[in-house]
Ligand binder design. Structure first.
Ligand SMILES: Nc1nc2c(ncn2[C@@H]2O[C@H](COP(=O)(O)OP(=O)(O)O)[C@@H](O)[C@H]2O)c(=O)[nH]1
Ligand SMILES: [Mg+2]
Length: 358
């Protein structure tokens, strides 16, 4: 899963990108200012399982982030031309919410609700351009040969156009799976799930919720496929320098339950409808990413296509039951280790051993 970090210039996008991925990354695809990095999805269950199985390796699920140059008001169309954003599953919009006389704000004042709305409109206008160009092409080919395929697609694109003209982002449209599949090849930015990340002043972290409400951001984010998650880049930077114990004490001091970065990653994961199942063994304890609703046989395919093809059954135990029992053998005795077939819907935190034959 991959998310694109977007927003206005000088809001803290690259700072957040470096903190998330721990790595400045080489420039991506030869484009200046475009960087690709990998963040580990925080999951204490991997470490807990490793305590039981003492594996050689522990492997966490990951999320990729792409950092791109900022866009200003009126420049949203530039985002469409970035190949790096084409394949992303979600957008992370970093919003300026910190005061600083040293860092200028292009709009002259701090108002993250306004900036969220401004970028939303930029995405909508960029998509309108894409959609209108597609409609023109379709009309031209329908003139030549009236293929039912083209006629159906024109109908779909005309619906998208009407929504965009009403300033509705495409992520709010009710589209069938078939329609969504048709649109996958186009870089329709307002169709992507959106995570709003206001970058707060250090002294606002304590009452972040109050700020999110009073700024209007909480209200703005109460829409389909939009999530909200505040961070303070300087605090996260400071925390990433500390050892885990000191970082925890520092966090508790600020009244934070978990590191802001962890929350950003976890919220991106949730927004995309993803969950993790786990595998254990002497070699490796590992978290794997699947979409919510994925069935056992397809989940097996994330590990290896042979396991999917040769699927026999899945031995499944929920993480909590395994930790309570202390070993797979005692799960078997207690009857918490279940045998499931190919259509079993895998749940977050299921520890699974796939039986297969090739
Ligand atoms: N005071 C303050 N400065 C910040 C914060 N986040 C980023 N900056 C500064 O703002 C400038 C722009 O940051 P950068 O991450 O490059 O922004 P980008 O243009 O959005 O990628 C840099 O000088 C950062 O040090 C913040 O939360 N507080
Ligand atoms: Mg930057």
């Amino acid at each position: 899963m991959k998310a694109g970090i977007v927003g206005f210039p000088l809001v803290g996008k690259s700072t957040l990108f470096r903190l998330l991925t721990g790595n400045p990354g080489p420039s991506h695809g030869g484009r200046p200012g475009v960087r690709l990095g990998v963040a580990r999805v925080p999951d204490p269950r991997v470490a807990a399982l490793a305590d039981i199985f003492k594996p050689k390796r522990r492997t966490w699920a990951t999320v990729e982030y792409v950092d791109v140059p900022g866009v200003s008001r009126g420049e949203g169309a530039a985002l469409v031309d970035l190949p790096a954003l084409r394949g992303v599953d979600a957008l992370v919009h970093v919003l300026r919410a910190f005061e600083s006389d040293l860092v200028p704000h292009p709009e002259g004042s701090i108002d993250p609700r306004r900036d969220a709305a401004t970028l939303e409109l930029e995405l909508i206008l960029a998509d309108l351009g894409t959609v209108e160009r597609r409609i023109e092409r379709l009309e031209a080919s329908i003139q030549k040969a009236r293929l039912p395929e083209d006629v159906a697609e024109r109908e779909l694109f005309l619906r998208l156009k009407a929504a965009l003209e009403a300033e509705t982002p495409l992520r709010e449209m009710d589209l069938s799976e078939e329609e969504q599949r048709r649109l996958r090849g186009y870089a329709l930015l307002s169709a992507k799930p959106l995570l709003l990340v206001p970058n707060l002043d250090e002294d606002r972290t304590r009452d972040a919720d109050v700020f999110l409400r009073s700024s209007g951001l909480a209200e703005f984010a109460r829409r389909p496929q939009v999530a909200l998650c505040a961070v303070s880049a300087p605090i996260e930077a400071e925390m990433s320098e500390l050892d885990p114990e000191d970082a925890r004490a520092f966090r508790e001091d600020l009244g934070l339950v978990e590191p802001g970065l962890d929350r950003v990653i976890r919220t991106s994961y949730d927004l995309l409808g993803l969950l993790s199942f786990l595998t254990v063994g002497e070699d490796e304890c590992r978290a794997w990413t699947i979409r919510r609703g994925t069935r056992a046989r397809v989940a097996a395919g994330t590990i290896h296509s042979d396991i999917e093809r040769g699927f026999i059954r899945a031995e499944v135990v929920p993480f909590d039951d395994l930790v309570a029992a202390g070993s797979l053998a005692s799960c078997r005795e207690r009857g918490t280790l279940r045998l499931e077939g190919k259509d079993f819907e895998v749940q977050d935190g299921d520890v699974i051993n796939f039986r297969f034959a090739v």
